[in-house]
Design a protein around this ligand. Structure first.
Ligand SMILES: NC(=O)c1ccc[n+]([C@@H]2O[C@H](COP(=O)([O-])OP(=O)(O)OC[C@H]3O[C@@H](n4cnc5c(N)ncnc54)[C@H](O)[C@@H]3O)[C@@H](O)[C@H]2O)c1
Ligand SMILES: [Zn+2]
Ligand SMILES: [Zn+2]
Length: 361
């Protein structure tokens, strides 16, 4: 029997979000229904609402979530009703060219639920990143459910489902930050601060946080930044070079997604260093660089998709580190809110007032 629950939809381009009754089908083969306990508000939800991702309105928003599996399709064996899970948007297929080469964190054919959730009039919904978790319950592919230690609070666990994993992974997976490295992070919102925390976890000796907002630099310091630079007042490339013996950082992580900050990242790294782009640019943005500098500076220019994470490997490990007191995921939760406050949370995010607002259900 399909169930009716409350959920937050984006009805059309730039229209305010609203609560609607959502019809959630029973899980079919390879699917699971999850009772959502918490879901963070991510910048990508706002991009969906603004029509910046695609035009498949109406969207069922929300994708940084944790909850409890309620029911599963007949053939599902990896998760069972009652399991506490974080939802991921990388349910790997095991069969594509990336998976077959042993690099499943790049999987090019990730799974989502086959059936669609709808409004009561039958209108099909597009769940954000194949999740749609600003809802009391949601239907996902079983592989999107990653079991973790239930001792963690849901509002903390859910954040690993997107932005915090993207940031930590940008440092430890994509950037391969190691002990003694110097690291600079440009843009210290939820993703950039997570990159700072990831760099600390990996043993970076120097972590330079760059932002245009002093409030963000204060939180970056509490996450492990050893130095901060307000790039509205100070040239960040010069400042980073000065703090690294005149050379630049070993790894520079760009967590804004703009050409001017990418250029800063490019020139603020040491010769043979690594630039990691985790910020997401928009389609009209262009970058121009002297090709000789691309050659002459050497090293690696990488992008980080979802922190190049493998949920089954990374989520339980990071939750364990959190529970041991070695990674303060709770510091990312600025406020907990109700389902009907998502629109207000978007405004607060836009003003830069929060790292993460988390809807608790
Ligand atoms: N690669 C991925 O898989 C992935 C996943 C989630 C989010 N993201 C992207 O990461 C980026 C950051 O997300 P977020 O949730 O942290 O957003 P956010 O809005 O919380 O943070 C952005 C930060 O950048 C700062 N900033 C803006 N312009 C700047 C500039 N010119 N110089 C320095 N700092 C500047 C802001 O003050 C803010 O602190 C976004 O582009 C988001 O879409 C990527
Ligand atoms: Zn695959
Ligand atoms: Zn997200």
């Amino acid at each position: 029997m399909a169930q009716e629950v409350r959920g937050v939809i984006a009805p059309g381009k730039d229209e305010p979000v609203r609560i609607e009754t959502i019809v959630v089908p029973d899980p079919g083969p390879g699917e699971a229904v999850v009772r959502v306990q918490a879901c963070g508000v991510c910048h990508t939800d706002l991009h969906y609402k603004q029509g910046g991702i695609n035009d498949d309105f109406p969207f069922l928003l929300g994708h940084e979530a944790a909850g409890v599996v309620e029911s599963v399709g007949d053939d599902v064996t990896d998760v069972a009703p009652g399991d506490f899970v974080i939802l991921n948007w990388r349910a790997v297929c095991g069969k594509c060219r990336a998976c077959l080469r042993g690099r499943p964190w790049y999987c090019f054919d990730t799974h989502n639920a086959k059936q669609r959730m709808t409004l009561t009039d039958g209108t099909e919904l597009s769940p954000a990143l194949g999740i749609g978790a600003f809802a009391e319950k949601t239907l996902v592919a079983a592989g999107q459910c990653t079991k973790v230690d239930p001792a963690v609070a849901p509002e903390v666990a859910g954040l690993l489902g997107c932005g915090v994993m993207a940031g930590i992974g940008a440092a430890i997976n994509t950037g391969s930050v190691g002990r003694g490295d110097s690291v600079a992070v440009i843009g210290c919102g939820g993703v950039g601060d997570a990159a700072v925390a990831g760099a600390r976890l990996a043993g970076a000796a120097k972590i330079i946080a760059v932002d245009i907002d002093d409030r963000k630099l204060d939180t970056a310091r509490s996450m492990g930044a050893t130095h901060t630079v307000n790039s509205r007042e100070t040239d960040p490339v010069e400042a980073i070079r000065e703090l690294t013996g005149g050379f630049g950082a070993d790894v520079v992580i760009e967590a804004v997604g703009r050409p001017e900050t990418y250029r800063q990242a490019f020139y603020a790294r040491d010769l043979a260093g690594t630039v990691v782009l985790v910020g997401v640019p928009t389609p009209e943005m262009k970058l121009e660089l002297p090709l000789l500098d691309v050659f002459g500076r050497g090293g690696a220019l990488k992008s980080s998709w979802y922190g190049d994470c493998l949920p089954s490997r990374d989520f339980p490990m990071l939750i364990d580190l959190h529970l041991q007191g070695r990674l303060d995921l709770g510091a990312f939760v600025t406020e907990t809110i109700q389902l009907d406050e998502v629109e207000k949370a978007f405004e607060r995010m836009h003003r830069g007032d929060v790292l993460r607002s988390v809807v608790v259900l």
